[in-house]
Design a protein around this ligand. Structure first.
Ligand SMILES: Nc1nc2[nH]c(O)nc2c(=O)[nH]1
Length: 445
């Protein structure tokens, strides 16, 4: 089947003004303005649609959809926020994680996201198969995913921040990392599932586990992810505990490497940014979370100038508190304009971060762009709502007027959202089931 997505209102590919042809899950032809493809078996009329490469979310914690706007945690900065939430997250069960994953993936997909990277780092007793649950849910929805095998092994009694109830020992963690890599890490082009290893943060993981995880990732050809340089509290923790700043710590544990992307990356100095750029490290910029937790402002343009790839993340749903990628694109524009001025950061820049930049953070060259040979992952938005009425430039309008819901989403050549509705998902039922289980977490606060 060769499907011609014909004559889009606008498209994020200069040479495809007449649309694109999708075949066997990939983009096989770009059609110039006024042109027709060589041949096709079907047509989707995109004359009402702005067509983007599917958005790619580089950082999330799906389980946190169960503790959105939790009274115990709202209006706090990162450390007190975490201390309030860890004991609640200790109640995470397989069923709760399943519903949280299904809900977060559906919410992301409805916002135009086609690939999601989830940092699952709490493993209370009974949740040993967390990543298997997440893999099942992603495959059932047809969503591409990087499963991050997160970890914490430094609890309060050893000088860390989390309580014992949410940490595991290093041997258990590394054994499970090996297991999930063997089972889910698909390095082939067009992979639906990949695995990254993701010790949580300097204040919740030992240096030995950081170093051991880096060795394992190198041996297995997978990527590394962690929270770094998110807050001044973290910086103070690193100085007090390791006698150095977070980037020195990163180097010490063998993480200054091109298979690494970091969540947040806010408080680097110029020299540190250059060291990260020279090493080929990426940064997942999470504007909503950084504003909500008052963590600070990522120096995106200086990072890019130093050679660091910038991608976008919505971050966990207890510090956003939604999972809307398109809203994240707008938040990135607004926040970065405040720092750099109106001309320095455009809608093209923030859309590039959410697509190409994010793909690069996840180590993928087969998604994130509309080009021949790329996977057919697309997000199509209409401008039919009141908020767009009167808009001039359709691509700019998506970001400036605040698009938040895709009309159509395609992943690997298959429509997964049609007329704004996720295919095969009963959204009302999902909302009811997730809401019921989340209520138990609210009551535990
Ligand atoms: N924004 C967040 N930062 C974090 N650091 C850490 O250790 N956990 C988190 C988290 O859940 N969100």
């Amino acid at each position: 089947m060769r499907l011609w997505i014909r004559d889009p209102l606008a498209i994020m590919a200069q040479s495809a003004r007449g649309g694109i042809v999708v075949e066997d899950g990939r983009i096989t032809e770009l059609v110039p303005s006024g042109g027709r493809p060589e041949n096709h078996d079907g047509i989707f009329d995109a004359s009402r649609h702005v067509v983007l490469p599917g958005l790619i979310n580089t950082h999330h914690h799906f389980y946190q959809t169960l503790t959105r706007a939790n009274p115990a945690a709202i209006n706090k900065e990162l450390f007190p926020w975490l201390k309030a939430l860890y004991p609640i997250w200790a109640g995470l069960t397989p069923e709760a994680l399943r519903l949280a994953t299904r809900l977060a993936l559906t919410e992301l997909m409805m916002s135009g996201c086609t690939t999601a990277s989830d940092h699952q780092y709490v493993f209370p007793r009974g949740l040993e198969h967390a990543l298997d649950i997440q893999a099942e849910e992603a495959l059932a929805l047809g969503m591409r995913m990087t499963l991050n095998r997160g970890s914490m092994n430094l609890s309060i009694k050893d000088g860390g921040l989390p309580p014992d109830s949410v940490v595991q020992d290093a041997d258990t963690i590394l054994a499970d990392c090996e297991r999930v890599i063997a089972r889910y890490h698909d390095q082939s082009e067009g992979a639906m599932l990949q695995v990254a290893l993701a010790p949580c943060s300097p204040f919740s993981v030992t240096k030995e586990l950081m170093a051991g995880t880096a060795e394992l990732a190198k041996r297995c050809g997978c990527r590394l992810h962690t929270h770094l340089s998110e807050t001044n509290d973290e910086d103070a923790f690193c100085r007090a505990t390791f006698g150095c700043r977070p980037v020195d710590y990163l180097e010490d544990v063998g993480w200054l490497s091109d298979n690494v992307w970091l969540a947040h990356g806010i408080h680097f100095d110029d020299g540190e940014m250059q060291r990260l750029g020279n090493a080929g490290v990426g940064v997942a910029h999470c504007p909503a979370s950084n504003m909500l937790l008052a963590s600070g402002q990522c120096r995106t343009l200086e990072l890019e100038a130093a050679g660091v790839t910038v991608g976008l993340g919505v971050d966990g749903s207890a510090s956003n508190d939604n999972s809307n990628m398109m809203e994240g694109v707008r938040q990135a524009l607004l926040l970065n304009r405040l720092r750099y001025g109106a001309a320095a950061v455009t809608h093209h820049d923030v859309l590039r971060w959410a697509t190409e930049g994010s793909a690069s953070c996840l180590g993928r060259s087969d998604i994130g762009r509309i080009a021949i040979g790329m996977q057919a992952d697309l997000a199509l938005f209409t401008l039919d709502e009141l908020r767009f009425s009167g808009a001039g430039d359709p691509l700019a309008a998506l970001v400036l007027c605040g698009a938040h819901r895709a009309d159509r989403v395609m992943i690997k050549g298959r429509w997964t959202v049609e007329d704004g509705i996720p295919v095969g998902i009963d959204v009302a039922k999902l909302r009811h089931e997730h809401g019921a289980i989340a209520k138990l977490f609210a009551e535990a606060a």
